[in-house]
Design a protein around this ligand. Structure first.
Ligand SMILES: Nc1ncnc2c1ncn2[C@@H]1O[C@H](COP(=O)(O)OP(=O)(O)OP(=O)(O)O)[C@@H](O)[C@H]1O
Ligand SMILES: [Mg+2]
Length: 241
């Protein structure tokens, strides 16, 4: 589904991605771990061309993603969920959810409202549909951000630390929703510091450091028999695994 070959990215003179290659098959749940500043967010942002790579190639469903691609259509197929939710504060929850599908013309307003209500019922937040984001908890806002993304019927979902801005008691409600989406067959790439989640959830785990992939394997391989010293060192520092 997605073939990343040797992508490189610099900001000013700082090299942030130093040749990353990664293959993602349909149904994969890929976890990306690594120390702060190693380039995890930049890699996710390169995939949907929010941070265009300087070199290398990204092929999504047989089409190269490049400056002349139809980026709107690509971003419709590749959903992204951010740490800080990015909901529009001046719109109600329902308005937030229906905005993109209606604006891009993939649904009429009535269709979008109907579908949004089904999603809201599924996550038990239908009673919040006319609230504003500021009236919701972080966990509720993040679940809204996730279903807003799902409204576009993406083929691939990118999650950039979806739980790291949340209080501990809210992490579970977001990871549970992510599990449900994964069980329904969504292909996902997840950057997270929640090692328990990565360990139990991902079909493949990538360890990055200094803009490179240093190790990759099943979660069992990565967590139970890490090979490189950098990964061993990283795992010894992260708690709750
Ligand atoms: N838009 C930008 N302009 C300049 N430098 C940037 C930009 N985005 C990222 N960087 C730099 O690139 C490096 C990698 O950043 P990135 O956000 O990808 O790391 P990360 O692995 O996601 O870290 P964290 O775990 O803290 O989120 C950092 O040194 C960062 O300062
Ligand atoms: Mg980041």
């Amino acid at each position: 589904m997605l073939e990343i070959k040797n992508i490189k990215k610099s900001f000013s003179k700082k090299r942030v991605l130093k040749g990353i290659s990664l293959t993602v098959e349909k149904g994969d749940i890929i976890g990306i771990i690594g120390p702060s500043g190693c380039g995890k967010s930049t890699l996710l942002r390169a995939i949907n061309y929010l941070a265009p790579p300087d070199d290398g190639s990204i092929v999504f469903e047989g089409n190269k993603i490049e400056a002349k691609s139809n980026l709107i259509s690509i971003r419709r197929k590749i959903g992204m969920v951010f740490q800080q939710f990015n909901l529009f504060e001046n719109m109600t929850i329902l308005e937030n959810i229906i905005l993109s599908p209606v604006e891009t013309g993939i649904m009429t307003k009535n269709e979008a409202i109907k579908e949004a209500k089904q999603f809201l019922k599924k996550i038990d937040l239908i009673d919040k549909k006319d609230f504003y984001p500021s009236q919701l908890s972080g966990g509720q806002k993040q679940r809204i951000a996730i279903i807003r993304s799902l409204m576009m019927k993406p083929e691939l979902m990118l999650f950039d630390e979806p739980t790291s801005a949340l209080d501990p008691e809210m992490i579970g409600e977001v990871t549970n929703l992510m599990r449900e989406i994964a069980n329904e067959g969504m292909t996902m790439i997840v950057v997270s510091h929640e090692m328990n989640f990565i360990k139990n959830f991902c079909t493949k785990v990538i360890f990055m450091e200094g803009g490179k992939i240093l190790e990759e394997g099943t979660s069992n391989e990565i967590f139970n028999s890490p090979k490189c010293e950098a990964l061993k060192n990283f795992l010894s520092k992260v708690e709750n695994i």
